[in-house]
Design a protein around this ligand. Structure first.
Ligand SMILES: [Zn+2]
Length: 199
């Protein structure tokens, strides 16, 4: 769509004189000063970059971004939760170059996967399962879950061993056995005690 130029009438000398007079008036100056103070206060209140400057060695004091560093001090390099995310430079030609680069890389990786043997592919997949990019906390919880699963699997697969009985328990068992034998003797019919009916 073609942009239409707004039709502006040239300022008349009288209008220019009025504007100049307003801009030199104490009211306008007071307003401008107030605005400047507000802006400066806002600026001063924002968190500052603490990077060491090369020339003086002092902290940078530039306006910090979310990561605590200013635009110039590596602020554009993704860190923390975004460490795996590609960043794109702003100029159009560099943006396109980066996009093409990433595409080439993806194609190369795909090619490598195509050439892998089944076993290699399996190992590759397993590696990627344990090396999924993402926030630190999410990765830690996934790691924890994997560890617990491993432990549960190991516990289920190993044969259950009965604990060694204590000496007291052994004594008690022996006593129970003796008592049971005694009870059997008492319960046994007279015939069993003194020979069977036919002998
Ligand atoms: Zn800085």
């Amino acid at each position: 769509m073609k942009k239409r130029k707004p039709r502006t009438r040239p300022e008349t000398p009288r209008q220019a004189a009025l504007r100049d007079r307003w801009r030199k008036s104490p009211e306008w100056r007071a307003l401008a000063r107030k605005g400047a103070y507000i802006a400066l206060r806002k600026f001063a209140a924002r968190p500052k970059c603490g990077a060491k400057t090369r020339v003086t060695g002092d902290p940078c004091r530039g306006i910090a971004m979310e990561n605590g560093r200013c635009y110039r001090h590596g602020g554009r390099t993704p860190k923390g939760d975004a460490w795996h995310k590609p960043t794109f430079p702003l100029p159009a030609d560099r943006f396109a170059a980066k996009a093409a680069d990433l595409q080439r890389r993806a194609a190369k990786q795909e090619q490598r996967r195509q050439e892998m043997t089944c076993e290699e592919l399996e190992r590759h997949k397993r590696w990627h399962e344990t090396h999924t990019p993402g926030p630190k906390t999410a990765r830690a919880s996934r790691r924890d879950e994997r560890r617990r699963t491993e432990e549960a699997r190991a516990m289920l697969s190993s044969p259950r061993r009965e604990p060694e009985p204590s000496p007291e328990a052994r004594e008690l068992e022996a006593l129970i056995d003796r008592l049971r034998a005694h009870l059997n003797e008492l319960d046994a019919p007279e015939s069993a005690k003194h020979g069977g009916l036919f002998d």
